[in-house]
Design a protein around this ligand. Sequence first.
Ligand SMILES: C[S@@+](CC[C@H](N)C(=O)[O-])C[C@H]1O[C@@H](n2cnc3c(N)ncnc32)[C@H](O)[C@@H]1O
Length: 285
Amino acid sequence: MITATAAPTPTFTERDVEQFFDASTQNYLSFWDSEGVLHTGYFADGNTTDYHAAADATSRLLGDAAEITASSRVLDVGCGCGNFVFALARRFACECEGLDLSLERVKFAAQKCSELPPAVAKRVSFRHGSATQLPYEDGQFTHVVSQDALFLIPDKPRSHAEMFRVLAPGGRLAISDFLQPTLEISPRARKHVYDRVRWTSGYSLVGYQQALEQVGFRVRLARELSPHLARTYQVLGKVATARAAETANPAARDWMLGFAASCQEIQVAIDQGEFAWGVVVADKP
Ligand SMILES: C[S@@+](CC[C@H](N)C(=O)[O-])C[C@H]1O[C@@H](n2cnc3c(N)ncnc32)[C@H](O)[C@@H]1O
C-alpha cells in the first residue's frame, strides 16, 4: 500500500535507461573505475576501503555460486564494459558472451577484448541488445549471470522469461541485483537512489524469488547483503569528492559532486529500508 507521503512512481523506458548509461559512461570511467566496472563490492570487513578488491570479490562469489566450468557457455546480461565476462573467461576458460543495452559500453568492452591475449579473446564476444528480447536461440547457454543490471529493466517478467528461455534445462542463473524492500519510497530516496539511474521499481528479496519461480526457475539461494551496498557507496562517495577537487572540467566536477551528495542520501535510504542489495541463484529444472 503506497501512503500519501510516498513519491509518485515515474516510469522510465528502456530508452531512458539506454540514454543514461550511454551518456554517463565517461563520467563513471573518470572516478568509479577506469576499467568500467560498475557493480557493488563485497567487502572483507567494515574497515576495508579497496573498492576494486571488493568488486572482484563479488565476481568471485557469483562465479563460485554459478559453478561454472571450462565446458560452460555463459551469458552476462547487462555486462556493461565487459569485466565480469573477461574475469569468467580467464578464470574458468569457458565461453562467455556479454549483452548490454548501452552501445557505448558494448563498444568499450569490444575494444578491451581486442587487446586481450588471443587465447582469452577467442572465447569472448559482446552484443548490443536488451534482456527483454535476447538475440539467442532457446537453450543456448548453461549459465546466465548478471551484476546489478536487472533492476533497471521496466518489464522484469519479460526479461526473466527470456533468461529462462535461453538457458538449457539444468542451466543456472546467478545474479547480484538491487532490491526495493518496500513500496513506500520517500521523495529523497526516489530522487537519489531511483530516479538518479532511471530505475522505476524493483523487488524485495522474497518478491524476487516469487517472480523467478513464476517463469519456472527453482531458487537455490537468495541472500540480502546490504552492508556491502552501504560500504560501496561510502567508499565511492569519498573517491568522487576527492576526484572532483582535482577535476578542471566544471561539468565533470559537478557530476562527481552530485554523485557524492547522492551517496550520503543512499546511506539514509539503506538504513530506512528503501534500498537493498542481494544475490540470487536459481536453476532451470
Ligand atoms: C550498473 S551497470 C552494471 C554493469 C556491469 N554488470 C558491471 O558489473 O560493471 C547496469 C548495466 O545494465 C545495462 N542494462 C540496463 N537495462 C538493460 C537491458 N534491458 N538489457 C541489457 N542491459 C541493460 C546498462 O546499460 C548498464 O550497462
